[in-house]
Design a protein. Structure first.
Length: 162
């Protein structure tokens, strides 16, 4: 089936099998390997992307259903060579270790901050509750998201810790 979708602001058209999952369409067909594929059961959240502005687990979405829709992946966070504050936060606050869950965490964090610019730690934890990190205790991830919120709101300075 022919699918035309907008990915990170760019229209893409491809022929896909009806059973192809969005995660495989992104990674294997389009070469956007920032979206990770983890558990095969939709439990881990490493594959989170936005579909029409809403976070979804791309391992649960058929590529053909995205025809005519807009997708944003972790590659779409960086704009014009400038990292998103969420990406900077994960770097500055050591919000990653192995990095496997990081793309999904970042996409969820950006969505949270777009909808709640000043979330509490509890709200951050609730937002990322559908994602599993096996390396960290989530403290640095929460700190990274708080840092990004402060940066976005103009309260953080380069290299600041919260």
């Amino acid at each position: 089936m022919r699918v035309t979708t907008t990915i990170n602001g760019v229209s893409k058209t491809a022929d896909v099998e009806p059973r192809l999952l969005l995660v495989h369409f992104l990674r294997d067909t389009l070469g956007l390997t920032g979206t990770h594929w983890g558990c095969d059961t939709s439990n881990c959240g490493t594959c989170v992307v936005w579909l029409d502005g809403v976070p979804v687990k791309s391992c649960t979405v058929l590529a053909v259903t995205t025809d005519g829709h807009e997708i944003r992946t972790v590659e779409g966070l960086e704009q014009g060579g400038v990292l998103d504050p969420v990406q900077e936060g994960f770097i500055n606050q050591h919000g990653l270790q192995c990095g496997f869950c990081t793309p999904g965490m970042m996409m969820t964090a950006r969505w949270l901050l777009d909808n709640n610019p000043n979330p509490s730690d509890e709200e951050i934890r609730e937002a990322i509750s559908g994602q599993i990190c096996r390396c960290t205790g989530y403290e640095n991830i929460v700190r990274a998201i708080r840092w990004a919120a402060a940066q976005s709101n103009g309260a953080a300075k380069e290299g600041a810790t919260l």
